[in-house]
Design a binder for this molecule. Structure first.
Ligand SMILES: Nc1ncnc2[nH]cnc12
Ligand SMILES: [Zn+2]
Length: 336
């Protein structure tokens, strides 16, 4: 099954580029930029990655991002992720970036996006992997700050497919950002939001009704509300589920108790993604494998998860056709 998962053509729809910062690269960049880290070694950094909830993780994640200073740093970070994704048969990836994490430290928006964009272009040329960029607003900051970030992003409209909402969920409902997302829709951007990760099913309703999202990031708390599940199924709303993240951040106590398979069997468009792979113990293959082994997913279900991701992605129709063709051929060839 691991070989089947490895070769399965995949799309990743929930990946924070800052969450791909491996401790080794963190040390390299710290050295390059003359920054002193709070940890003596790579092993000590890895040891520190024990979290009891989302906020625990976010505190360490924002601190780690401080080593990212120059356009080349953002390039190197993105390039390393794309190589890893390519090595795991990820054909298309939609990458979140958190500009406010960097602009708040005095790093210009242009430095961040130029580095990321150049790596995406090079990876397309050299590896054939396609990608989209999604700008996320930090929900623990104000709606005014989000609006200022949106305005800073306007000159880069052509490089940005959509906007999302991430960071500390509890106490920061989607309703806080109605105006920002209305503006983003007017600008023609696609809309996604983290909802129902730690926060209640109510936040998923708000993301749908008030922000107009096209996908929900995480959304695992939706099963608390059967009416919400009915709606997700009826409207074909995709959930970008991140199994290893949910275990590391204790959303579920163990993988065997994850609701991914239940939702899949209810007809929800579930996808599997890695969220912050450098912090949560693995990239796409590791997430698929952990979920498959704990929940007993069969090849049809794994194939359906990949199909869901291609269908829910923001690729051009021509590229989607290509991806679907490759996927269906792989599934036909590798059936039992
Ligand atoms: N899993 C997650 N939830 C909310 N914000 C995040 N930022 C990075 N990873 C996140
Ligand atoms: Zn996330």
């Amino acid at each position: 099954m691991e070989a089947f998962i490895h070769g399965l053509p995949k799309a990743e729809l929930h990946l924070h580029i800052e969450g791909t910062l491996e401790p080794e690269l963190m040390f390299d960049l710290a050295k390059r930029n003359g920054i002193k880290l709070a940890y003596p070694s790579v092993e000590a950094v890895r040891q520190a990655y024990q979290f009891s909830n989302l906020q625990d993780f976010l505190d360490i994640y924002y601190a780690g991002a401080a080593v990212l200073q120059t356009e080349q740093d953002f390039y190197d970070l993105t390039w390393a992720y794309l190589q890893k994704a390519h090595s795991q048969t990820v054909r298309h990836t939609e990458i979140f970036f958190d500009p406010q994490t960097h602009t708040a430290r005095g790093i210009p928006f242009s430095t961040v996006i130029n580095g990321i964009h150049r790596a995406l272009q090079d990876a397309h040329q050299q590896m054939g992997i396609t990608s989209q960029l999604i700008l996320c607003f930090l929900r623990h900051l104000s709606a005014e700050e989000a609006m200022r970030t949106l305005e800073e992003a306007l000159p880069y409209n052509a490089w940005i497919a959509g906007v999302g909402l991430d960071s500390s969920e509890k106490g920061h409902p989607p309703s806080k950002f109605v105006d920002v997302f209305q503006r983003a829709r007017q600008e023609g951007w696609r809309i996604v939001a983290h909802a129902g990760e730690e926060g209640p099913a109510q936040y998923v309703w708000e993301a749908l009704d008030l922000l107009g999202v096209q996908r929900i990031d995480h959304g695992v708390r939706s099963t608390d509300d059967p009416r919400l599940i009915d709606r997700l199924v009826r409207e074909g709303v995709a959930l970008t589920v991140c199994p290893l993240s949910n275990i590391k951040l204790r959303v579920f106590d163990r993988m065997e108790h994850h609701n991914l398979k239940t939702m899949l069997e209810q007809g929800v468009r579930v996808t599997i993604n890695s969220d912050d792979p450098a912090y949560f113990g693995g990239y796409m293959d590791e997430n698929f494998t952990a979920a498959q082994q704990a929940l007993g997913l069969n090849k049809d279900q794994l194939g359906q998860i990949s199909r869901n991701a291609f269908e829910a992605s923001f690729v051009s129709e021509a590229r989607r056709k290509e991806l679907m063709f490759e996927l269906e051929r792989y599934l036909a060839k590798n059936a039992d």
